[in-house]
Design a protein around this ligand. Structure first.
Ligand code: GSH
Length: 254
């Protein structure tokens, strides 16, 4: 559980569920989907990542990494999307999104999604599609360097500063990691409709935004028929429409 004490004390007085999130952010998508699956009402605080609305003193005083999503539940501030969806399911248990007989296996899928975000998902998305759209001006980069204290994120964004950029080599390296993950997903989905079998769980919610965004970047899923069937099945779910499509109808056209 990633609970933090914010520098901005005013958010500790917020009542109910408040989500700071981005339309195109796959990490925000998994939280919006979980809220939708549970039918929980929430207040939206949308940040446009393309306008760098997250790179501000105000937002870093709420989330010290300057990342979306941030969930505030009755004044308690939660960061890290995979921890947030686990928290939501524990705190608001109906309907349950836990695997009936293999909770550890399900949580392992959440940990895997979290572990590949900066090393593989982000570089692949930047290298293939987003780096021009997310490029910071010199002034924005300076502000980012002042505000950011996380070394991994600083390094990532330094790769994207000035004239430098992610290239085909970065995409190829990221793709190796992604291929290994989607091969695992392909195997898991041979057994049943959803990752943990017959039951829809947080594992599906953690991974479908990754698929949605990569698919929009042209990632080749041709060799993963089970993954393709699983992704298509999501189109029938209201939470997919509410959590993903309503905010980002098509990542290919972002
Ligand atoms: N580990 C974090 C990662 C969050 C993250 O990287 N969010 C992205 C959007 S998916 C973001 O805020 N990017 C803006 C930036 O890197 O400055 C989580 O799972 O919540």
């Amino acid at each position: 559980m990633a609970v933090i004490v914010p520098a901005d004390k005013s958010v500790e007085t917020l009542e109910g569920l408040h989500l700071y999130h981005g339309d195109i952010s796959n990490c925000s998508m998994r939280v919006r989907m979980t809220l939708a699956e549970k039918g929980l009402p929430w207040t939206s605080h949308h940040l446009d990542l393309k306008l760098k609305e997250n790179i501000s003193d105000d937002y870093f005083r709420i989330n010290p990494n300057g990342l979306v999503p941030t969930l505030i539940d009755n004044g308690i501030v939660h960061i890290e999307s995979n921890d947030i969806i686990d928290y939501l399911d524990e705190t608001y248990p109906e309907p349950s999104l836990r695997a009936a007989d293999d909770e550890d296996g399900m949580l392992e899928w959440l940990r895997l999604a979290a572990s590949i975000h900066v090393p593989a998902v982000k570089p692949y998305v930047y290298a293939t599609k987003m780096q021009k759209k997310l490029k910071k001006t010199a002034e924005e980069q300076k502000k980012y360097d002042e505000l950011q204290t996380d070394e991994e994120l600083k390094d990532f964004h330094a790769r994207h500063a000035g004239a430098s950029a992610f290239d085909e080599e970065d995409a190829a390296r990221a793709r190796e990691t992604l291929e290994a993950c989607f091969a695992r997903l392909e195997d898991a989905l041979a057994e049943g409709e959803w990752i943990m079998g017959g039951r829809y769980t947080l594992a599906d919610i953690s991974w479908i935004p990754v698929h949605f965004v990569l698919d929009g970047c042209g990632y080749p899923f041709e060799n993963c028929p089970n993954v393709a069937r699983w992704a298509a099945a999501h189109r029938e779910r209201e939470s997919y429409r509410d959590g993903i499509l309503k905010w980002c109808a098509d990542f290919a056209n972002v």
